[in-house]
Design a binder for this molecule. Structure first.
Ligand code: PA5
Length: 447
């Protein structure tokens, strides 16, 4: 369960209430489905509308992957990648792969989110001669990074298992009706899962996009969907004071209006590192438009207190933190006593590490507030399959309200196209020939 604490935000009740009407209007726009991009609201009531037959097929496919493979390679980028990885680490921690066998699951490696040969070769080496399967995920079916990675992994599968054997180990998650990958999956007879039309990229991780890799990694996807259903109910409420989605969106808006430019999602559990990456994509790709929006970043404490902590405490004063605190860690280790006290740390003897972590969090919170960096705290009871979905829905809905508050369409990403066009022209992709000479000339001047 998530509990929001806004007492350190630096805004009074009256200040918060000053944006109540605007926030309620943004909330209503979302719930009425009358705002920009409202055809992309499939995630809003996904808990009650998802395809139950496909859900059952996902479980069967995950079991088949676990029975036939030690490794699953998941190929995708952006919204077709980050949620699954965030979910697996949220539930099982950063060593999810090293501990996969212990929980009877497969190791899951993610490819297709960069264009590095070294990265892919490393995965080939990790797989070695072990059995593996591939889940390629792309809504459009034409994205370059996953497309290139899929060619490489498909070749490996065919070398090892032959064309027919490979076919049995490829799972395609893509558009249900069209696209290069959809057509290829049908032509080749790959197992197919659908990215629903109204549930795009960064809003898709609780569909087959994320559920298949999460289930293969050992997450209980019934619990995931239960977390989603409960969060959907919990935040379906137009009372400004009690709906944390509106409280958080209103505070983000106030921060933005009062000169804050950067939101740092800070955590005190390394298991949340990838959740920070997921958050960055969700917020940046949804809000950063028309020269507006908060720049989202993430910090992992206490690690980063010894690096960017300096800046947060004392650098340019245009940032605030949203801190995730987890009440009950998955492990509880106690600090041993040293009769000699050679390191002078006996003041911690017998303490739980979580208690030390908590004092680090409490001390940091006050220090950062004193330094001019306010914070909003999200208290989470535990890290589990259930709370992962709860967190995802909380951020989805808060983000949508936030985006409507600054009047941008949260569901498109026009800015992502600019680099792609240039890359295609430089690579000589048909249809982009006109741009190539001009780009090469400009590059001559700067390279
Ligand atoms: O959130 C988004 O829409 C994007 O990040 C996409 O998920 C990303 O570009 C990958 O697209 P696709 O699934 O079509 O390969």
């Amino acid at each position: 369960m998530i509990k929001l604490n806004t007492k350190n935000s630096g805004f009074s009740e009256a200040e918060l209430n000053s944006v109540k009407d605007q926030t309620l209007a943004a909330y209503k726009t979302l719930m009425d489905r009358s705002g920009k991009g409202s055809e992309m609201l499939g995630w809003l009531n996904l808990a009650n509308e998802y395809d139950k037959d496909e859900f059952a097929r996902i479980k069967t496919a995950a079991k088949k992957i676990q029975d036939s493979s030690e490794v699953l390679v998941c190929i995708g980028i952006g919204g077709s990648y980050l949620g699954a990885r965030a979910g697996i680490e949220f539930s099982f921690g950063q060593f999810a792969n090293q501990l996969a066998k212990k929980r009877g699951a497969v190791e899951v490696y993610f490819a297709g989110s960069n264009i590095s040969s070294t990265y892919i070769q490393n995965i080939f080496d990790i797989i070695g001669d072990r059995d593996f399967s591939v889940n390629v995920i792309s809504k459009s079916g034409t994205t370059t990074e996953p497309g290139v990675a899929f060619r490489l992994f498909r070749e490996k599968l065919e070398e090892k298992y032959g064309k027919d054997g490979a076919k049995d180990r490829i799972y395609c998650t893509t558009d249900g009706e069209k696209g290069a990958m959809h057509d290829m999956a049908i032509a080749e007879g790959f197992d197919r899962f659908v990215v629903p039309n109204a549930t795009g990229g960064r809003f898709s991780c609780l569909t087959a996009v994320g559920l298949l890799p999460m289930a293969a990694a050992g997450m209980n996807i019934d619990n995931v969907m239960k977390g989603l259903a409960d969060a959907t109910k919990k935040y379906d409420n137009d009372d400004f004071a009690s709906n944390d989605v509106m409280q958080y969106a209103a505070l983000r808006y106030l921060m933005y209006k009062n000169g804050k430019a950067i939101e740092i999602l800070a955590n005190y559990e390394p298991s949340l590192m990838m959740f920070g990456e997921w958050f960055k994509q969700l917020m940046a790709e949804s809000e950063g438009k028309e020269h507006k929006g908060l720049f989202p970043t993430a910090a992992n404490f206490s690690t980063d207190l010894h690096s960017i902590g300096q800046f947060i405490q004392d650098g340019t004063r245009n940032l605030f933190e949203t801190v995730i605190w987890v009440d009950k860690p998955q492990a509880q280790l106690e600090i041993p006593n040293d009769p000699e006290n050679v390191d002078g740390l006996n003041f911690t003897s017998g303490m739980k590490m979580q208690d030390v972590n908590k004092q680090a969090m409490r001390g940091t919170m006050l220090a950062h507030v004193d330094g001019g960096c306010p914070n909003i705290v999200l208290n989470l009871d535990e890290l589990s399959d259930y709370t992962f979905a709860e967190m995802v829905y909380f951020f989805w809905k808060s983000l949508a309200v936030s985006a409507y508050l600054i009047d941008v369409n949260p569901f498109d990403q026009p800015g992502v196209e600019a680099y792609k066009k240039n890359m295609f022209a430089l690579l000589g992709k048909p249809g982009f020939e006109d741009m190539k000479d001009d780009l090469e000339n400009r590059l001559k001047e700067v390279e």
